[in-house]
Design a protein around this ligand. Structure first.
Ligand code: GYE
Length: 308
């Protein structure tokens, strides 16, 4: 309601391009790079001037970028937040400057929902549930005990918290599954490999299932398993999230068993929201992206049209 509206809205006003400041949290994964690319392309297409900042997984750097957007008097600020806590102060600073905020991808756990206009992103809890359901089905014939390990993403980030909860809520209650261990691996290939290596060292042949919170970590884990002398996808069932081209390739090869899709192409949705805010329209508080699940059977069909 208190938003600055319509530099480009009035009919006799000379229109200048809308300026959007986007604080991207990092470049840790293929998903993230596809997301950044999508935002840049969509801005160009919409004729919106984009000021893009990559915070390299640092919340402090996100605050610095946002303060510079405020100084530059951008029209709208979009934030893809690295972790979900600690945003209230900076969101108040933006609010005082009268600049509308769009949260993209991950969420912020502010108590005051008026601190942002809308949140555009996926339902990570549901993604975790989908991963859990796959494991239940895949292991239906086995009597257990089935040992599960988890490669978690960034500590305190919404996708890691919610995917973990969705997965655990789906699996628990069935006592044939045993959670053997989990490690944070920051959503990167490198750490996925490192942390899988230590899980294997610690637990070895007791591991039957890996739930990886993203594809990059799963790809790293595959390398660690092969070095250890195990066959990924056979000796250890692997379920991952995102649906990048590289992961779908491994799915076709049978080294990953299931990939739950998370759609990074949020650019067009974001630009539409920016335009609507500038036109003074009211937006829904939450814009959720529809997504599916890929297995060996469906990966082949999907991969031909994959852009990332
Ligand atoms: O799954 C992961 C990335 O926030 C949904 O972040 C995003 C996640 C995505 O690093 O690959």
């Amino acid at each position: 309601p208190s938003h600055r509206v319509g530099q480009s809205g009035g009919t006799d006003m000379p229109s200048r391009p809308i300026v959007l400041g986007f604080s991207q949290l990092g470049s840790e994964s293929d998903w993230r790079n596809a997301n950044s690319q999508s935002v840049k392309e969509a801005a160009k297409e919409a004729g919106i001037t984009l000021i893009f900042d990559n915070a390299e997984q640092s919340q402090r750097k996100q605050f610095e970028a946002i303060r510079s957007f405020i100084q530059q008097k951008v029209d709208v600020i979009a934030i893809a937040p690295v972790v979900q806590s600690g945003w209230e102060g900076i969101l108040s600073e933006i609010q005082e400057a009268g600049i509308p905020v769009i949260i993209v991808d991950r969420t912020v756990d502010t108590a005051d929902a008026s601190q942002y206009v809308t949140l555009i992103g996926s339902d990570f809890y549901e993604e975790g549930q989908k991963a859990g359901k796959y494991v239940l089905d895949k292991m239906a014939a086995s009597t257990g005990p089935i040992g599960i390990v988890e490669l978690k993403g960034t500590e305190g980030s919404t996708p890691s918290i919610d995917r973990g909860r969705g997965f655990h809520d789906t699996i628990t209650g069935t006592d044939k599954f045993v959670f053997l261990g989990s490690e944070y691996a920051d959503f990167t290939h490198e750490q996925g490999k490192d942390k899988m290596r230590s899980l294997l060292y610690r637990l070895g042949g007791d591991i039957d299932v890996l739930f990886s919170h993203n594809d990059d970590m799963a790809l790293g884990a595959i390398e660690a398993m092969e070095e250890y002398g195990l066959q990924p996808g056979k000796d250890i069932v692997i379920v991952s999230v995102d649906g990048t081209r590289k992961a779908l390739e491994q799915l076709i090869k049978g080294k990953i068993n299931c990939v739950v899709e998370c759609n990074p192409l949020l650019g067009p949705n974001l630009m539409q929201a920016v335009n609507e805010i500038m036109e003074g329209r009211t937006l829904p508080k939450r814009i959720v992206t529809p997504e599916s699940v890929f297995t060996e059977v469906t990966a082949e069909r999907e991969i031909s049209s994959r852009k990332y």
